[in-house]
Design a protein around this ligand. Sequence first.
Ligand code: BG6
Length: 520
Amino acid sequence: MNESSHLDELLASRAASSRRQIEPCTVVIFGASGDLTARKLIPALYHLAHEKALPAPYRIIGFARRDKTDDSFRAELLEALGKFSRTKPVDEAVWNAFAANVHYCQADIADPAGYQKLKAMVDATDHEKLRSNLLFYLATNPSQFGEIATHLNAVGLLEKCENGGSMKRLVVEKPFGHDLPSAQSLNAELIRHAHESQIFRIDHYLGKETVQNILTFRFSNGIFEHLWNRDSVDHVQITVAEKLGVGSRGGYYEESGAMRDMLQNHVLQVLSLIGMEPPVSLEAENVRDEKVKLLKSIRPMTPADIARNVVRGQYFAGDVDGDPRPAYRSEPKVNPKSNVETFVAVKLAIDNWRWSGVPFYLRTGKNLPVSASEVRVQFKPAPNILFAANKDISLDPNSLTLRLQPNEGITLRFNGKVPGAAMELRPVRMQFSYDTEFGAYTPEAYERLLLEAIAGNATLFIRRDEVETAWGIVDSIRNAWTDKPLTNREFYLAGTWGPTAADDLLSADGHEWRNPQPQK
Ligand code: BG6
């Protein structure tokens, strides 16, 4: 066999293994009375059923403590679907067929008898695959993950198996730990009864089409990838902004803050996709290897670096688009003297061959003027030789903006001549919009993620070393804040772009934040 046919065969077999078959299975949701089940999981599963994307047959078992029958559980889910479904009205025929596959197991997570009951329900079918192919979705408090896995193992519903045998998978939700030691002990608990390849850690940002498109954009377009490095890129800005305040989630947020809630996961995930090297294939391990390498290349910061390169902020009372917002310290379940950050901006250095010397500025916050997630890659300026004589002309550096949400698309900015006799230049834009190009196809992130977990494709899930590396980065910053109350300059008015120190972070380097524009 010559070299090239050998390579063809290899590539074909990789492509085939990435198109795994979806087998009949039972999805068991722990925490089935919770918000996530009603708002996200059931609507996602319903839409997958609607699109005939679920395996045939399939079963869904909700496991929770509250007293319900199959029928009352279904009725509650239908009511929630009416509110949270991305398509309305709910299609009655699809719902009826879907609901017939939904069951309820009333039991306490801590009670061994509950798992016997679950086992009996799982086994109550003649279909062998429905009994053996099991996906456990843990939509519960992470402190219960280990306990659930142990009970499942005790009744024979979960056992450790590496890439073989029947499917037994655990899907877990964030927060995956609250620091590195807690994430490590959570991982240690899970891997007692499941192999790493059976664990699917969710970061719903990876289920977003536009986030997935980062890799497609980078590695399928010849013209950009060779500019994607320190020779051409001046700096990168990643903004994940939210108009919403903390609202009713004060209790949770007091324990997390922006750093743990958003930066540790969503923002660092976007950064790793933007910065990673091309993987050798799109297989999960190859993609995740490269993401971890990128995270490991982030330069550790000393306390002095943190004081210089990290800005935290907390909102005080203001308004967002005319809507009054209370101060964070006055939100329900928030300590009136809380020092928890609702905004964070960080300048990171990546010590690898591609990015050495290119600053990455990341920011995220609540009660900001718009809800938008964007990545802006700013290229080095052109030498201002030809136009230098004219003092009125200032050349804008080229930039490429990936709009992850809303108004999903990509914009390339370059300079154009304003028509007329005078030599006047102005930045102009070349736009790609998902809506215009592909129509309003907006599947929810959870649809894609559930389907991938059922198919056993882990590319869009976070691997153990990835989650732990991300915690290492976040911990080093948070440790530097311990016992340091917020100072006056760390507060920002709700409805503004964070504390002014966040602007200073960039202006110290001669840059400025480019703020996502509000939706018209
Ligand atoms: C969640 C955070 O993970 O992501 C929330 O806990 C945040 O605080 C949400 O609001 C943002 O997600 P999205 O998809 O609305 O950008």
